[in-house]
Design a binder for this molecule. Structure first.
Ligand code: NAD
Length: 491
């Protein structure tokens, strides 16, 4: 096997102190595609100390926003030059079709450019107050930011965190998912190449409960930003209490996609497929619950089944592939477990439901596009995040029932409404308890607009100016314009 890929700590590529390694698997065929060093608590501590030193004593805090922006622009250029390589890496590591990975790489480039631009834009405020005083606030970096990401968008989730944190002048300790570290490793090669000062950007590899927990718990870390499952989010929050560090959490979802009878039928079908099967359903904002108005239910399901069965499932690198494998054997088994559970709970499989073993797919982790009908709101397949190509269909009679069902989970990440009635669309969207919503579309995401959830889907926002502000502290400065004694106490 080829060389062991390393972590980047304090400006050096290093192996884990333990000497342990991990094999990285291509989920399309089970092949080992790389071996990486497997960090743990000790390595995370080393990275945290480096980031602390770089923030407290290094040249980075003195660097102007203009210079920081230039570094980010250089990262964007290098990333763009290597966009194909990054896309292929994410496809090999995560399984997603190449066209999706290419989209992620382009989006990552745009994200660095967006935050490079934002670094030098006005961020403060000034106030007219009662006294002869110049009152103002400035935004300053939070300090050392720990950042932990999942496997579903290996490159993009890293960039959503690293770009704003660096633009705002923080130092970072970044830990990707242990099963998809390859594009983050390449991104840190670019950080090294463009010349971030030593200790500013640190990459720790390794599992969540050890390396990740150390980052979330460390008293030397000022903020932890996490994207991943809701249960892990709870653990991160608990670990962060020791030094009351700032937290932002981007967690799971079970997002409703509501289709009224007056919607453009074929458009709604098309987006309903995209909502659940893009990324094999391993998308936090996936439209995993399809809420259909009673009068179109049967016809809509029939058309969905017809289209779902035609989706070309195969290895992500293969020409024409529309849906790839699930990320790992373990995750595939979890998804298949939910499909079995749905049947036990009394839901009906309208299509799919099985692992795909034909045409050479048997070495990979492929699951058929699956649709459940005859569901009840209390079923676990309706309430819990399956994170796979499994759609559950719910039926509603009127607007009120649609809203009630849509909001009836612990999650509140995303939601969509399809209707030809503009006023109804607005009414329903305004009632959805969710942070990301769409009318007559599903999934578009913009670097300019905030991303994040209500309820148990998260705390805080990523992207846009909101995402930048999450990486800043607000400092109030009051300048006395009449410098003379206050005379409060008698002499
Ligand atoms: P996960 O929660 O298992 O892992 C996410 C990251 O947390 C990984 O890097 C992992 O190593 C680390 N981790 C695990 N346990 C930890 C611990 N105790 N302490 C510190 N770190 C720990 O999630 P996953 O399976 O990689 O990803 C799927 C989940 O991510 C889904 O629930 C999905 O909805 C969510 N997600 C949310 C968003 C969003 O923006 N809201 C985006 C993508 C994915």
């Amino acid at each position: 096997m080829s060389e062991v890929l390393k972590m980047f700590i304090d400006g050096e590529w290093v192996e884990a102190g333990s000497g342990e390694t991990r094999e990285i698997i291509n989920p399309a065929n089970g092949d080992v595609i790389a071996v990486v060093t497997e960090g743990g608590e000790q390595d995370a501590r080393k990275a945290i100390r480096a980031a602390r030193k770089a923030f407290d004593e290094g040249e980075w805090p003195e660097m102007s926003a203009y210079d920081r922006a230039n570094l980010l622009l250089k990262v964007a250029d290098k990333l763009e030059e290597r966009a194909d390589e990054f896309a292929r890496t994410d496809t090999l590591d995560n399984g997603k079709p190449l066209r999706e990975a290419a989209f992620d790489a382009a989006d990552a480039v745009a994200c660095f450019r967006y935050y490079a631009g934002l670094a030098t834009k006005p961020h403060g405020q000034t106030y007219d107050v009662a006294d002869p005083m110049q009152a103002m606030v400035v935004r300053e970096p939070v300090g050392v930011c720990g950042q932990i990401t999942p496997w579903n968008y290996p490159l993009l989730m890293a960039v959503w965190k690293l770009a704003p944190a660096l633009a705002a002048g923080n130092t970072v300790v970044f830990k990707p998912s242990e099963i998809t570290p390859l594009s983050p490793i390449k991104l840190f090669e670019i950080f090294e190449e463009v010349g971030f000062p030593k200790g500013v950007c640190n990459l720790v590899l390794g599992p969540g409960p050890t390396a990740g927990n150390e980052i979330a718990g460390s008293h030397l870390v000022d903020k932890v930003a996490f994207t991943g499952g809701t249960e892990t989010g709870r653990k991160i929050m608990q670990a962060a209490t020791g030094n009351l560090k700032k937290i932002s959490l981007e967690l799971g979802g079970k997002s409703p996609n509501i289709v009224f009878a007056d919607a453009d039928f074929e458009t709604a079908v098309d987006y309903a497929l995209f909502a659940i099967y893009a990324g094999q359903g391993q998308v936090c904002s996936a439209g995993s619950r399809l809420l259909l108005e009673e009068s179109i239910h049967d016809r809509f399901v029939e058309r969905m089944v017809e289209r779902a069965q035609k989706i070309k499932v195969g290895p992500g690198l293969e020409e024409g592939t529309e849906m790839g494998p699930l990320v790992s054997k373990e995750h595939m088994e979890k998804v298949l477990g939910y499909i079995q559970l749905g049947q036990e709970e009394g839901a009906t499989l309208a299509c799919g439901g099985k692992r795909m073993m034909h045409d050479g797919l048997n070495q990979g982790f492929f699951v058929e596009p699956t649709i459940f009908v005859d569901t009840r709101p209390d079923m676990r397949i309706v309430q819990e995040e399956i994170f796979g190509p499994v759609l559950v269909v719910q039926k509603f009679k009127d607007e009120q029932e649609a809203i009630r069902l849509a909001n009836d989970t612990v999650y509140g990440l995303a939601g969509a409404v399809f209707t030809g009635d503009g006023a109804k669309a607005q009414r329903v969207i305004r009632k959805l308890r969710a942070g990301i919503t769409w009318i007559n579309t599903y999934h578009p995401t913009y670097n300019e607009a905030p991303w994040g959830g209500y309820k148990q889907s998260g705390i805080g926002r990523e992207l846009g100016t909101y995402g930048f502000e999450e990486y800043t502290e607000v400092k109030q400065i009051n300048v006395n314009l009449e410098v003379e004694p206050i005379g409060w106490f008698s002499e």
